[in-house]
Write a protein of this length. Structure first.
Length: 466
């Protein structure tokens, strides 16, 4: 708008469907960053930035993030304003809310348990980077969700399958600085289909199926909230709660054994790496699959490979932190037109890999990494996308002699091929086939976990035992 001379906030707001106050705030931020002058005309710095921008149109969305009143952390969920649902309430004699469900002609009342936090200080306004992270985690959760709502045949696994948001933000502007208190509505339940199943489940308040995260948070708060414990006891009963305690004990024993197993496979040095706990989580999942054998539910398979993915994200997140290179993406933008040509980008990737001794041409899944993703990862130092993080680390290694990938190339020329292969496996972990069955198998579990151990060994030069 500014570049074509439209700087009046009412006119800009009318064309972009934004409130004039929001337009004024954005204009002020652009002036503070010296991207436009006092008249709203782009400066040379602003024009240079526009010259390097992609030609993709960026959709503007208004939405909400949600802050946990106990921890102060953001929930990994983002809801667009147009998809924010609410429910009518009545209040009982004691002042507790009752949900008014059903239709206007035939409503029914649903009593609730209202979980109130204790006295807390005012919440801090989240940073823009935190909100961007939340939207990306939300979309990843939507793809990996067990919810039936996300099983949509041909569209399954796509980002637009989520019922509340398909937005993945890269820029954020605050509309309101002060938070709005609200309650999230969800429910816990016992499954009825299998009579021998006694464990209870908590549903994600945002429609993404069963939430292990929410269940864990509920269990953590049971000792401090007698009312919450009473409500849960009415559902699962004292006997089931004793069984739950036995299950927790079993999980603790598995975790101890998994920790020892991980160290025995890669040595004590593994404990010093920042992603060690995620390796333990991966090993825990693998052992559960092995111990449960034929009775193992399918979602445990996927949990294991999802943990394997997080280990790889930890590995490359560690390398991005050790060898930050915010300018490495510029090799793809030397000419304003070059980055738009896939063959030019592939040539840059393959040239960097070949110069260190890696097998080329690179696997297709790495060779097609988008320059915009490379720029986002290298500029932020965050593993927004695993494949892009691998390529960024490879490009950085070609520029830094002490980079671990450079020495790994001499010992293991096929490392990038193996990385591409295991990345394909862990990315497919949550995908459903046409029959609605998980594509993950017990064989993939073993191959996937072993491959991750091997990759850690090759990159960090650790001993490996089987």
């Amino acid at each position: 708008m500014c570049r074509i001379g439209i700087v009046n906030r009412e006119k800009v707001g009318g064309r972009l469907h934004l409130h004039p106050d929001l337009v004024a705030k954005i204009m002020l931020e652009l002036q503070m960053k010296a991207l436009v002058d006092s008249h709203g005309i782009p400066t040379q710095k602003g024009l240079d930035l526009l010259a390097h921008e992609t030609i993709e149109d960026h959709k503007t969305v208004v939405g909400y993030v949600f802050q946990d009143p106990w921890s102060g952390q953001l929930w990994p969920r983002f809801v667009e304003q147009s998809k924010l649902d609410s429910v009518n309430l009545q209040y009982g004699e004691k002042g507790f809310p009752i949900l008014v469900l059903g239709t206007k002609g035939k409503p029914y009342l649903q009593p609730t348990y209202m979980h109130l936090p204790k006295a807390l200080g005012p919440p801090q306004t989240p940073e823009a980077a935190e909100i961007v992270t939340v939207t990306r985690r939300h979309n990843r959760a939507a793809r990996y969700s067990d919810a039936d709502e996300n099983m949509r045949g041909e569209n399954d696994g796509e980002e637009d399958s989520t019922p509340i948001s398909s937005s993945c933000l890269d820029r954020v502007s605050m509309v309101e600085d002060k938070p709005t208190p609200c309650f999230l509505n969800t429910y816990i339940y016992l499954p009825q289909a299998e009579m021998d199943v006694w464990d209870w489940y908590a549903c994600d308040p945002f429609g993404l199926g069963v939430s292990a995260r929410l269940k864990k948070r509920i269990e953590e708060q049971l000792p401090d909230y007698p009312g919450l414990r009473t409500t849960l006891d009415r559902l699962v009963g004292e006997k089931n709660r004793d069984r739950l305690e036995d299950q927790r004990k079993w999980h603790r024993e598995i975790e101890v054994d998994a920790r020892a197993k991980a160290i025995s496979r890669l040595g004590a040095t593994l404990e010093q790496l920042p992603f060690f706990e995620v390796v333990v989580e991966m090993e825990c999942c693998r052992q559960e699959v092995e111990l449960l054998d034929e009775s193992c539910p399918k979602h445990k398979f996927r949990d294991t490979l999802n943990a394997a993915r997080r280990v790889l994200e930890g590995v490359f997140g560690h390398m991005l932190a050790m060898f930050p290179d915010e300018q490495v993406w510029r090799a793809l933008y030397k000419d304003e037109k070059n980055w738009q040509h896939a063959e030019y980008v592939k040539k840059v990737y393959n040239s960097s890999a070949s110069s260190m001794g890696f097998v080329t041409p690179l696997p297709a899944s790495l060779a097609v990494a988008k320059p915009s993703d490379i720029k986002a990862v290298s500029s932020s130092g965050k593993v927004w996308k695993l494949r892009a993080a691998i390529v960024v680390s490879m490009l950085s290694a070609a520029r830094v002699d002490s980079h671990p990938l450079r020495s790994a190339a001499k010992r293991c020329p096929d490392l990038l091929e193996r990385l591409a292969s295991i990345t394909d496996v862990v990315n497919d972990a949550a995908h459903f086939g046409q029959s609605g069955q998980l594509t993950t198998s017990r064989a993939k579990i073993q191959v996937g976990v072993d491959s991750v151990y091997q990759i850690i060994r090759d990159i960090y030069e650790l001993p490996l035992t089987q």
